[in-house]
Ligand binder design. Sequence first.
Ligand SMILES: [Ca+2]
Ligand SMILES: [Ca+2]
Ligand SMILES: [Ca+2]
Ligand SMILES: [Ca+2]
Length: 339
Amino acid sequence: MKKIIIVIFIISISAFPLSSKLLINEVVTATGSDWVELYFQSSKKESIDISGLYVTMYYGRNENLAAEPVTLYSYNRIETSYDDRFAVIHLTEPRMEDESDEKGDLNGNGVLDLYCNNYYNSLWNSEGVVAVDTDDDPSNGGVIDFVAYSNRDGSPNKSIESYIDYAVSFNEWTQCSSGNPQNCSVDTGDSGLKEYMSISRVSGNDTNSMNDFVITNFQTPGRENIVNVKRSRRRLFRCLRNKISLFPSKSSSLSGRVPLFVYESCNIKFRIFSVNGMKVYEEPLYRYVKPGYFSLKWAPFAGNSFRPTGLYIGRIEAVSRERSISDSKSIILILSRRK
Ligand SMILES: [Ca+2]
Ligand SMILES: [Ca+2]
Ligand SMILES: [Ca+2]
Ligand SMILES: [Ca+2]
């Protein structure tokens, strides 16, 4: 009887995978500098050092993520300015410095960025794979997560096909009953992704198949994916905050951020007026802003642009020439010397 109970116990452990998992959460393949977003998912509070791992398409030479420890957490910690659950791996920017645990958010963009000197042409926009692996070898296991994508042109690349076969053999991807692995890869459309698109995981799903992912028009590096957006057809953007208070601070760059969500590519003008209608500030035109999260900047306490405290009106105007529509919104900005 005791033996049976032990056997049942072992079976039930192996039937339920460990609750924590490092996942490939988002992939872009059509930019000048392709990137992959990792996400550490766990039902309990824990952390993982990812610096020794590879984010790789296996093709060509690829390197591990960082020389110094880089820790992801299963929760967002308040002591960091970025969301600790995510890291963004820039695959072909070797000259940039990794934002390791010691260095922090060096470029101040609110995202944990790592930079690799990987195969210079990654990621192909026609078809490919992305793996998180303990090394750069597809044949020896160690795969932590995997995704395959394809334009489904009917003639799979032999190298890519072999990487998929290995991932299938390690149960990290699904065997394709049709015999053509393209039919079980995330479908990126005839001409692949557009520059502003991404392959995005839907919530924390991981069934090791194309069903875990969708193609979206919104890139969200270092943040939750956006896979479904409700909006009216004539809106170009949305203000994420309608009232923003700004305080001078020695620790910050003295600038305020006005966060937006942009629905489709457009030009954006940002001007600031006093309450009696005088223009006090104007940003140069932001041209061809990509869909997704975007921040306007204002540095009211810096240098010559120092402004008296009080209430100001921020006016945001967006134009899409392609669709011949414009959109605008006003927000309230409160400047104060004291918190
Ligand atoms: Ca950063
Ligand atoms: Ca391996
Ligand atoms: Ca997986
Ligand atoms: Ca994301």
